[in-house]
Write a protein that binds this ligand. Structure first.
Ligand SMILES: Cc1cc2nc3c(=O)[nH]c(=O)nc-3n(C[C@H](O)[C@H](O)[C@H](O)COP(=O)(O)O)c2cc1C
Length: 180
């Protein structure tokens, strides 16, 4: 097993060296589609299992921050590896200037239990209602409960995109499956 020889690592370098984690497309907006947007989010976390509470973190400078403040809900869309270009577009262009649904060639579909639109092409759409938000450092966390979820009939998590430190990837092979 590796791990006997170690060197000091700067704090930020350690953060950049963390393993990859899910990257999500978060869609938010009103029902009429007058104001709607998509943001690529790497800072995503599961805060509670029972009940399931999910969290996303967004910087105040984002257009999505404004929409998340104005709306009660949002949709966490799980992108597949075939959506890499769209994930990059939604993570590099701002809704201040761009209609990202059109630019990233993504199709808005009405949320079933929320006003925010979902993304048709995603592997899974998790409709969330905001519970609370708080600032932590340079991001604002939005914690939310799940109110509805749709997943593709052939959903396979190994096709979901992971990201960190500039690298996009999918998960590797299953090493072992334990009963839970
Ligand atoms: C892979 C990736 C992950 C990102 N993760 C986050 C994140 O967790 N929070 C955030 O505020 N911005 C994140 N960004 C940056 C935003 O997606 C980007 O600034 C986007 O253009 C903001 O769009 P908006 O102004 O339309 O909201 C990420 C970008 C990429 C490419």
């Amino acid at each position: 097993m590796a791990g006997s020889d170690k060197i000091d690592v700067q704090h930020m370098d350690a953060v950049q060296m963390l393993p990859p984690a899910p990257v999500m497309l978060v869609s938010v907006g009103d029902k009429e589609g007058k104001e709607r947007n998509i943001i690529t989010v790497g800072l995503f976390n599961l805060f509670s299992l029972k009940p399931p509470i999910l969290g996303i973190a967004v910087m105040t400078s984002r257009q999505s921050y404004k929409l998340l403040e104005e709306n009660d809900d949002f949709v966490i869309n799980v992108p597949g590896d075939d959506m890499l270009d769209a994930v990059i577009t939604c993570g590099t262009k701002s809704g201040k200037k761009t209609d990202k649904f059109a630019e990233a060639k993504l199709t808005p579909v009405p949320g079933k239990k929320v006003k925010s639109p979902a993304i048709k092409e995603a592997l899974m759409n998790i409709e969330c209602r905001k519970l609370e938000s708080f600032e932590k450092g340079d991001h604002t966390w939005y914690l939310a409960k799940i109110v509805h979820t749709d997943a593709t009939t052939d959903y396979d998590r190994s096709n979901a995109l992971l990201y960190w430190d500039g690298e996009f990837r999918t998960a590797g092979s299953v090493l072992k499956k334990v009963e839970q």
